[in-house]
Design a protein around this ligand. Structure first.
Ligand code: EPU
Length: 441
């Protein structure tokens, strides 16, 4: 029988937690390893399923991977690329696998990959990646089951992105670091994980300016060398523990969180009435001071509120007095978690088709003239949540049911926890250290 988490909720979480290295940043760093023939050591790598999957993909194209006993230090070495077409069954397991396209294109001038997998949270096109590869002089061919990119020589150019795609920015950076001349990405993703990927490339000898801003300039160099590099802390994992503390009226400190990566969450926690201190040296502490207040959230690209924290934020808002609105502006199908929260007793309505007059009447706010667009949710709180069986539909929808389960009275059983294993290292131990009653059965 598949494993589940069983949570006995209703008690405040209190204490300190240290989060892992960032899942997404680590995935970018692992792909970056392909850009050099020299050995690379990565430290503070999270012990999660996605990193192990990514290592399998690298092995399939010629990388030697050796994980140290602590699981968090990993050595990679790709003296020679032995294949430019990783197996489809590996690539389709996770979205970040598509970064081997840019890395192999940069290193060898060609790559072939099927469309990548990833969470079902909306349409996830790849046009930005291809616009970038083509601007650098590559041809992009759609074959029956794969995309093939090829270039005899890559040349820098000015590239405009319609949307500041995170993986798109990293993929094009990978192809550009070894190209001739200067590449300028306009409307690049400024996320801290993208900034870190650029910092790693620079530590390998790349010349990059403006990373962490919407305009990134990359001056090509002939080769990159090896590096010993440490992954930044996971802001999404940190945010999830702070929200679990919030939802349970607790007092949680995330010791190694980087406050400037979490400005948007800190602001929202304060609006909800939490007492938050955020300092580089001591991390972020969010302490309940009494009743939580409702607030509004817009999930947008960084430095706005992170879409990946939308589901656990919604779970915390079920405990806040009044009506909250969460407006999702990154993904068109992020709100599937709402039905799971409703099973626990949350009063939450999804916009678009689901927002019938009956739904709004149920909230008792028909006459308030509320209009909610698709992708938005309205939450009426505080709701008395009662444990039942729910599913982790993707990584962050999983975080939402964990947060809600911790706030709920009685026993919450969470199914499909493989999704949580993909993104949250040692979730049970970390929550237990904060005083949660959680078992993996
Ligand atoms: N988009 C385009 N064209 C493109 C690419 C994307 O229009 O070519 C649109 C998508 O339709 C979507 C939006 O851009 O609406 C966001 O996509 P983006 O490309 O920025 O996301 P991603 O790079 O595929 C990464 C993270 C996600 C995170 C997003 C947004 C990884 C492996 N994934 O995905 O993380 O939600 O950035 O910050 O880094 C997660 O960790 O749970 C997760 C899903």
């Amino acid at each position: 029988m598949a494993e589940r988490y069983v949570i006995r909720g209703g008690r405040p979480l209190r204490g300190n937690v240290t989060v892992s290295g960032s899942k997404n940043a680590a995935l970018y760093a692992v792909a970056a390893v392909l850009l050099t023939a020299e050995p690379v050591t990565l430290r503070n790598v999270p012990r999660i399923a996605d990193i192990a999957e990514m290592a399998e993909i690298l092995r399939a194209v010629g990388t030697h991977v050796q994980v140290e006993d602590n699981g968090e230090t990993v050595h990679y070495h790709t003296p020679e690329v032995t294949s430019v077409a990783p197996p489809a069954d590996l690539v389709t397991k996770l979205r970040a696998s598509f970064l081997v396209m840019g890395a192999l294109l940069g290193r060898t001038g060609e790559a072939e990959c099927p469309p990548p997998g990833g969470d079902v949270i909306g349409s996830r096109p790849l046009d930005v990646h291809f616009v970038g590869f083509k601007a650098l002089g590559a041809t992009v061919e759609r074959r029956e089951h794969t995309y093939r990119v090829q270039a005899t020589r890559l040349r820098g150019d000015r590239i405009f992105f319609d949307y500041p795609s995170v993986l798109g920015t990293v993929n094009v950076m990978f192809a550009a670091v070894l190209a001739d001349g200067v590449t300028t990405i306009i409307n690049a993703a400024p996320e801290p994980e993208v900034e870190m990927a650029a910092n790693m490339l620079m530590a390998m000898g790349a010349k990059i300016r403006g990373h962490g801003t919407p305009t990134v300039e990359i001056e090509g160099v002939p080769t990159l060398h090896g590096v010993d590099f440490s992954i930044i802390p996971d802001r999404l994992e940190a945010g999830t523990y702070l929200l679990a503390g919030c939802a349970t009226h607790g007092d949680v400190r995330v010791t190694n969180a980087v406050p400037r990566h979490l400005d948007s969450l800190v602001a929202k926690l304060r609006e909800m009435g939490m007492d938050v201190t955020a300092e580089e040296a001591s991390g972020i502490r969010a302490r309940s001071t009494g009743e939580l207040r409702a607030t509004n959230v817009q999930a947008v690209p960084y430095p706005g509120f992170a879409t990946d924290l939308h589901p656990p934020m919604a779970a915390a808002l079920t405990q806040a007095a009044g009506m909250s609105l969460v407006h999702e502006r990154v993904y068109d199908n992020r709100t599937l978690y709402a039905a799971q929260l409703r099973k626990l007793g949350a009063r939450i309505i999804v916009g678009g088709d689901a927002a019938t007059p009956e739904d709004l009447a149920e909230l008792g706010r028909m006459d308030a003239g509320i209009r909610i667009g698709s992708g938005s949710v309205i939450i009426e709180g505080p709701a008395h949540l009662v444990g039942t069986t729910v599913r982790a539909l993707d990584i962050r929808a999983g975080a939402a049911v964990v947060v809600a389960g911790l706030a709920a009275e009685g026993e919450t059983v969470i199914e499909d926890i493989g999704h949580l294993d993909r993104g949250y290292a040692d979730l049970q131990a970390r929550l237990a250290a904060l005083g949660a009653e959680i078992q993996r059965v």
